[in-house]
Design a protein around this ligand. Structure first.
Ligand SMILES: [Cu+2]
Length: 638
């Protein structure tokens, strides 16, 4: 009987594709202890690295620690977050505009000289064609740019150049341009276009604006990376729809043996715009690569590719081919030579196609479903395998003659992941200076490796120690939906602010003492300026009339770290937190009479519960003279 059950379990495991990888039953007690010690951060101790996960369609960014993989905080970006009141106060509502969600895909840390400089984290929104900038001084979103004109499906993004001159983006979707023009999808090839965008970043403030764009055929650009060293000034993208299918893409976009990847000379694009070679569409200078040579080239690449990663030396570009069992390594020196010698195998819509054999260094047979590749800076690459569910370690060129003859010899190690790894990240892989210590596999399926939480299962992440010859998986964790990529930053490389200093608060509505607080009614508008400090609001009463516009500015006058106050207003769908030294504003129309408490929503002291006040909304003809339309202020401020 027992034997039968065991055999059935094995058959089931095989059917589920869990053959070699069940629950690490193979790990010995000694290995488990070693893994636990490697990822253990004892109470009171701190992680060595930040892990910034993209939150996919949650619209957020999650911050975890490495090696513990503990979730530490959430940075709201494209979606409201009641935990901080993001999207509820006027300042963040304005940033979100009309959107209440986004699809966060590929975070990118700012760089100086191809090294993380710890200033900003940029993230893209695929759905609404936006880019956001998070400032690492306060771990908050400070700018959302977009929707970007002439750009639909901002997926091939956000790729930062070596000195954060630009964030480079390419479109996953194509539409008739400019946006708003309508054409039948049946006329896709003729009427639809994709776009590469150069988002210019102000070197002092980080402020982003659309610099220029390059028109492309209606290919579905997927993922990319920027060049460095010898490939400085260049960028690369894969695409999975060279067939230019507009329906049933699953079948129609996978007909060709190879797709075309893009090689973009962004410095040449910048110069072409400066030289007046662009035409303006929807306010943006657009370069047509058929008319402006040396800006865009194509290279045939393995069918239905995904990742396109430049290594830390800038010499090699690795493409993952979802539907081919190998990664393709391009040699940038050969790319340059092919361009200079015009070693083309044709052109597409006036854009030269470089001859594949002239630019490829080799195809490394890593296994099934290679997606993304990361680098450790020691000459090794790590590729996530979606179908094989593993991470493969392989040797980058230069290869020996023996390896060149048989590139299976370049494949050095495989570690099973659980399951279907999409992205993976090695700290600093996209810079010239990788940390090369940890790799995080971001798995699409967790397949019951956690306590049961119902039909939907969380995303899983697994931490691999990559310092030895063999990779070692030491820990796993679960996240909210849905990490698509992440960045790793050494904790010691940044010094976030502890408070917002009073003298840096330039908000004209900030008030810092009792005598400056006020509630003033002018016409049908009531403006209240409040202070918040442990544990009271001043004033703690606001009177207004039904139908008034109410504007409340709350300044948290604390200058002590983590002394946060909240402002929640009952039955008005408003709540936000105010951090030490911050001023936040709410603006609502008062549509119902009554007395509505406002109270501190973020625990602040033993007398936190006592931190409350009243908004009194009088009916017409009622209330004190001030509230009923007189000039005077009401409220308990003075
Ligand atoms: Cu409080």
């Amino acid at each position: 009987m027992k034997t039968t059950i065991t055999l059935n379990a094995i058959a089931l495991a095989i059917a589920l594709g869990l053959t070699s990888c069940g629950k690490q039953t193979g790990t010995s007690q000694a290995e488990r202890t070693a893994n636990a010690v490697a990822s253990y951060v004892a109470p009171g101790e701190k992680d060595e690295y930040y892990l910034f996960y993209s939150g996919g369609h949650s619209g957020q960014v999650f911050v975890a620690g490495i090696p513990s993989l503990r979730h530490i905080s959430t940075i709201p970006v494209f979606a409201p977050y009641p935990g901080t009141g993001y999207g509820f106060d006027e300042e963040s509502k304005k940033m979100l505009g009309d959107f209440t969600w986004g699809d966060v895909h590929h975070p990118a840390l700012s760089q100086t000289n191809s090294k993380y400089d710890g200033r900003w984290l940029f993230v893209n929104d695929v759905a609404n064609n936006r880019i956001a900038r998070i400032d690492l001084r306060d771990f908050k979103t400070h700018q959302i740019l977009g929707p970007i004109p002439n750009s639909m499906g901002n997926h091939g993004s956000s790729f930062v150049t070596e000195n954060t001159e630009y964030i480079l983006c390419a479109t996953r979707f194509s539409v008739p341009l400019p946006k708003g023009r309508v054409a039948d999808p049946k006329d896709y090839e003729k009427e639809f276009n994709g776009m590469v965008s150069g988002i210019k970043v102000d070197p002092q403030t980080g402020e982003m604006k659309v610099g220029w764009q390059i028109l492309t055929p209606p290919f579905d650009w997927d993922l990319g990376s920027t060049g460095k060293g010898p490939s400085s000034g260049w960028a690369f993208w894969t695409n999975y729809n060279t067939a230019m299918a507009h329906d049933v893409l699953e079948v129609n976009a996978t007909q060709k043996d190879r797709d075309l990847c893009a090689v973009v000379n962004w410095r040449a694009a910048e110069k072409a715009v400066a030289d007046g070679k662009a035409q303006i569409m929807d306010g943006v200078p657009i370069i047509d690569p058929a008319k402006v040579p040396r800006v865009l080239y194509f290279i045939p690449i393995g069918k239905s590719p995904h990742g396109m990663d430049t290594d830390p030396t800038g010499k090699w570009i690795v493409a993952g081919g979802k539907l081919q069992p190998a990664t393709t390594v391009l040699n940038f020196e050969k790319v340059q030579a092919a361009i200079n010698n015009k070693t083309f195998e044709g052109e597409f819509r006036g854009v030269p196609i470089l001859k594949y054999e002239a630019v490829v260094e080799g195809e490394v047979p890593v296994g099934l479903g290679p997606l993304h590749t990361q680098f450790d800076g020691r000459g090794f690459a790590y590729t996530s395998m979606f179908i094989d569910s593993c991470i493969v370690k392989w040797k980058m060129p230069p290869w020996s003659d023996e390896e060149k003859r048989d590139l299976t010899k370049a494949v050095l190690d495989k570690v099973q992941t659980h399951f279907s790894t999409g992205h993976l990240v090695v700290g600093g892989s996209d810079t010239a200076h990788p940390y090369g210590k940890w790799c995080v596999a971001m798995n699409k399926l967790s397949a019951g490796r956690h306590i049961n939480v119902g039909p939907a299962e969380p995303e899983s992440s697994q931490l691999l120690d990559i310092t030895g010859n063999k990779m070692k998986m030491v820990a796993e964790a679960y996240t909210e939906p849905e990490p698509h990529f992440a960045q790793i930053l050494k904790v010691s490389e940044i010094q976030p602010n502890e408070i917002y200093p009073k003298d840096e608060n330039k908000n004209p509505n900030a008030v810092w003492d009792k005598d400056s607080t006020s509630v003033i009614r002018t016409g049908n508008q009531v403006v209240a300026k409040l202070t918040a400090i442990r544990s009271r609001y001043t004033p703690d009463r606001i009177d207004a009339q039904l139908g008034d516009d109410l504007i409340v500015h709350v300044t948290n006058i604390e200058q002590t770290r983590d002394m946060i106050h909240g402002f929640g207003l009952a039955e008005h769908n408003v709540n936000f937190t105010i951090e030490p030294g911050e001023t936040k504003t709410l603006n609502i129309k008062l549509t119902k009479p009554g007395v509505f408490p406002f109270y501190c929503t973020n625990f602040c002291s033993a007398l936190h519960q006592e931190m409350q006040g009243y908004l009194v909304v009088w009916k017409p003809g009622e209330g004190p003279s001030g509230a009923s339309g007189g000039a005077g202020a009401t409220g308990g401020g003075k």
